[in-house]
Design a protein around this ligand. Structure first.
Ligand SMILES: [Zn+2]
Length: 403
């Protein structure tokens, strides 16, 4: 499971493009051909549904380019392959934004980084995950780099699609496009077993319950908090039938999410603040130090703003994923109710979805699904989570005929 080819085995089209690009790049570096040719490009946009493995494809392309094995491109064994996949390669810069929107300052810094010569390998590679979060100004800031990249630089961006909503059309026209389809359940199982040591059974459940979303599946097998959130939200569908239990449970659920986001963020925030203060000379002696600290309150404020945005994004992401889980349960109930023979999203909750299918009419289950979709939309436009979820519970109660 370690070579580039094996990591992309499930998406042969992607694998072939990546290996052909790396082969063309290698031929150019070795001086065997004068030009890069059509297979390789300096700027890439990798798209696919969230969790399809866009980041895996981006890393695989980077590893294939940096690999030094003379025969097996993307061998998975050489130090370069190893470092790229471990996210520790000197010449590969990976931007994983935690904030909702990637600002212009970040991209100015990337522009500077991208212009540097590689130090230990033939290519300087910049990977920008979630490039759909680039602000217009930020996209403009790297346009020139994408348009006329330095000879040794490769920029790889990832986004859900090349729709103008998701990715800057100006950048789009300058990038080679690579589409990554959803991986199969079997592929995710192999990946998780190899990567996390999960049992094949747990890995399979995570792959199915996450809707074949690699990142979520990975979190489900490794993070007990994520398992707990999933169980809480799915149980809500049962509590709907018990007076105001669902409202009580949702209040508790939102509190838990807040707490989990807090514990995830507190340490990270403190570490960042400490690092910033140290770089500003806090703890030093002398008048100069004090002066520097006085002038730095703006930078501290900026950091705090960024951290607050990250918390709010995390909170929203957790809630949205929970609602996706809940929608999966109502979908399962609907499929059982019409007698469709398909893989359930939540096989471990089959009892509950069968129960729902027996108690609630088909139009009722469709209305439940609509209620969940509506709540996801509400949370997306900054309605408070409590309002959005309470509204949803009210609608689901009606749809289930609970008065
Ligand atoms: Zn290698």
């Amino acid at each position: 499971m370690n070579t580039v080819a094996s990591r992309l085995a499930d998406t042969p089209a992607v694998r072939d493009v990546v290996l052909a690009a790396a082969a063309a790049a290698r031929a150019k570096v070795r001086g065997e051909v004068p030009e890069l040719g059509n297979a390789m490009a300096h700027a890439w946009i990798i798209t696919g549904p969230p969790g399809s493995g866009r980041s895996v494809a981006a890393l695989a392309l980077a590893a294939a380019l940096q690999c030094t094995d003379p025969v097996d491109i993307g061998c998975g064994r050489c130090p370069h392959c190893h470092d790229v996949f471990a996210d520790a390669h000197t010449d590969v810069l990976r931007i994983i934004p935690a904030e909702l929107s990637i600002g212009i300052d970040r991209m100015r810094a990337v522009r500077t980084e991208a212009a540097k010569l590689p130090t230990v390998s033939p290519w300087r590679i910049v990977i920008i995950e979630d490039a759909d979060r680039l602000s217009d100004a930020a996209a403009d800031a790297i346009l020139k780099t994408v348009e006329e990249p330095p000879e040794h630089t490769v920029i790889i961006m990832c986004a859900p699609s090349i729709d103008p909503e998701d990715f800057s059309p100006t950048l789009r026209s300058r990038c080679r496009h690579l589409y990554v389809p959803y991986p199969s359940v079997g592929h995710i199982v192999d990946l998780l077993v190899a990567e996390t040591g999960a049992t094949p059974e747990d890995a399979r459940l995570a792959a199915v319950a996450s809707g074949r979303h690699i990142g979520r599946a990975r979190r489900l097998v490794t993070d007990p908090d994520a398992q707990q959130r999933r169980a809480s939200i799915l149980n809500l569908a049962e509590l709907i039938f018990h007076h105001d239990e669902a409202f009580k449970a949702s209040t508790a659920f939102l509190k838990t999410v807040d707490k989990q986001v807090k514990s995830l963020s507190d340490e990270e925030d403190a570490g960042e603040l400490e690092k910033l203060e140290r770089s500003l000379g806090k703890g030093g002696r002398g008048k100069g130090t004090q002066k520097a600290m006085d002038g730095s309150s703006g930078m501290v404020k900026d950091l705090e703003k960024k951290q607050k945005m990250r918390r709010s994004r995390r909170n929203r992401d957790f809630l949205d994923l929970a609602l996706v889980d809940l929608a999966g349960l109502y979908r399962d109930a609907l499929l059982l109710s019409v007698g469709a023979d398909v893989q359930l999203t939540h096989p471990d909750f089959e009892g509950l979805s069968r129960d729902l299918a027996a108690k609630v009419s088909e139009p009722g289950l469709v209305a439940c699904l609509d209620a969940v979709t509506m709540a996801r939309g509400h949370i997306g436009v900054n309605v408070t989570p409590t309002t959005a979820i309470d509204g949803m519970i009210g609608r689901i109660r009606l749809a289930c005929g609970v008065s």
